[in-house]
Design a protein around this ligand. Structure first.
Ligand code: HOZ
Length: 428
């Protein structure tokens, strides 16, 4: 007999490409059927067959406080009572922009959009408009959404699917996208030298979290800062994943490095469809209608999304202890996992920073895209299936992160470690 998720998937594949609205939700790569979700609360998520899981996807990062936080939910309900969308300016947008500019290092102006993809696409356009140059440098394995120019050696679903570059992207759209090696400053220096005076921007995930989790080596981000400054290029930190997660001021604060532009995604909306890009006033003033770089959106700054996002951001700001707890919880989980993987000689490498981590099924240190690709995805699929079947909801890909929220507690973390131990025991 089919499960309810299998029934829903059978219907979905007939009307939705691959049965999912974003490739990273598909379970094809792990040889399974996606679990269809009916709800989530705190650290738990529930599927259509009534199964309960400890969730480490957390909507790909934004649920820092756990699912369905009552204060955020109430703020959304209150905002809905005033209307769902106006396509016109509101006070909430001003409040959101003031809040971000007041609290995020180096952000003097910010523009709200609807997703991380849109934020990056717009930030790159701003950088090109500002510098009058076309070329950009990105890093192999970093994922910056699915705009044409960014689908070059991209991470996340592109990497999981093993697609080098997407079909449907005209060569003209990617001819100015140059690719460097993460953690390799020489590869960036070489590109600057070979394209002197032509590089508009370097865009980087300050902690790469779409080829699994890859930490920047000491000096790497600072080196990018120096190279951009020396060459008159714009440094863009893509903080779709690290923003407000690594620390309240994101990776800029955590690493003590100022970018020129910063991009955000879902975290700004506490799970509602939101993105934003911001940075130095002189660059942001290039954006239409104050400047000549066009960018627009009916739903940008949507009042309901602003209410949700602002509520979460204000909770985070008023309770800095949340960051201490996130770091402690991350340490308990990831150090616990590391110990088990070592004790059972599992041949894995676990990278983590605070509440963000990834187990690679390779004993090779993982410092870039080539290293990440040494991971054994068949072994990952086996581990994933065991964890899911024993109540642990992980991203169905070797190349995605585990996200810890403040709703995870000793009990859920210990249960996760117990299931991992049982899995490793079962393989002996
Ligand atoms: N790619 C992101 C996760 N690494 C966001 C999720 C998605 O693409 O749907």
């Amino acid at each position: 007999m089919m499960t309810r998720s299998e029934e829903l998937f059978a219907r979905a594949v007939k009307v939705i490409p691959g049965g999912v609205n974003s490739p990273v939700r598909a379970y094809g790569n792990v040889g399974m059927t996606p679990r269809f979700i009916t709800g989530a609360t705190g650290p738990y998520i529930f599927d259509a067959d009534g199964e309960k899981y400890i969730d480490y996807i957390n909507s790909w990062g934004p649920m820092l406080l756990g699912h369905n936080n009552p204060e955020i939910r109430e703020s959304v309900i209150r905002a809905c009572e005033d209307g769902l969308s106006f396509g016109a300016a509101t006070e909430r947008e001003v409040e959101m922009a003031e809040f971000i500019c007041a609290h995020v290092p180096s952000v003097e102006m910010v523009r709200m959009v609807n997703s991380g993809t849109e934020a990056v696409m717009s930030a790159v356009r701003a950088a090109r408009g500002y510098t009058g140059r076309d070329k950009i440098i990105k890093f192999a394995g970093c994922y910056h959404g699915h705009s044409d120019a960014m689908l070059v050696k991209a991470g996340s679903g592109v990497m999981t699917a093993g697609i080098p570059d997407s079909a449907g992207v005209p060569a003209g759209c990617t001819q100015d996208t140059l690719t460097a090696v993460y953690n390799d400053l020489d590869s960036v220096r070489d590109l600057f030298e070979a394209n002197r005076g032509e590089i508009a921007a370097v865009i980087v995930e300050p902690i790469a979290a779409n080829m699994g989790v890859v930490l920047p080596k000491e000096g790497f981000l600072q080196g990018l800062r120096t190279l951009c400054t020396e060459n008159g290029a714009v440094l863009i930190f893509d903080e779709v994943i690290t923003g407000f997660r690594l620390s309240f001021g994101g990776a800029q604060e955590y690493f003590g490095i100022s970018a020129d532009l910063v991009t955000y995604g879902k975290i700004i909306g506490a799970g509602m469809p939101v993105g934003a890009y911001g940075g130095k006033r002189e660059i942001m003033e290039m954006i239409s209608p104050s400047g000549s770089v066009y960018q627009a959106g009916t739903l940008s700054g949507n009042p309901v999304a602003m209410a949700a996002g602002l509520t979460q951001l204000k909770i985070l700001q008023a309770n800095p202890d949340i960051y201490t707890r996130l770091a402690q919880k991350g340490e308990k989980l990831f150090e616990g996992m590391k110990k088990l993987l070592k004790r059972y000689d599992a041949g894995c490498t676990l990278n983590y920073a605070r509440s963000l981590g990834c187990t690679f099924f390779t004993d090779h240190p993982v410092e870039n895209y080539a290293d990440a690709k040494t991971a054994d995805t068949a072994r990952f699929a086996e581990y994933f299936a065991y964890m899911l079947n024993h109540g642990i909801h992980l991203a169905p890909s070797q190349f995605e992160a585990m996200f810890v929220s403040d709703a995870h507690n000793d009990e859920t973390i210990e249960e996760t470690l117990r299931v991992l131990k049982d899995y490793l025991e079962s393989r002996k």
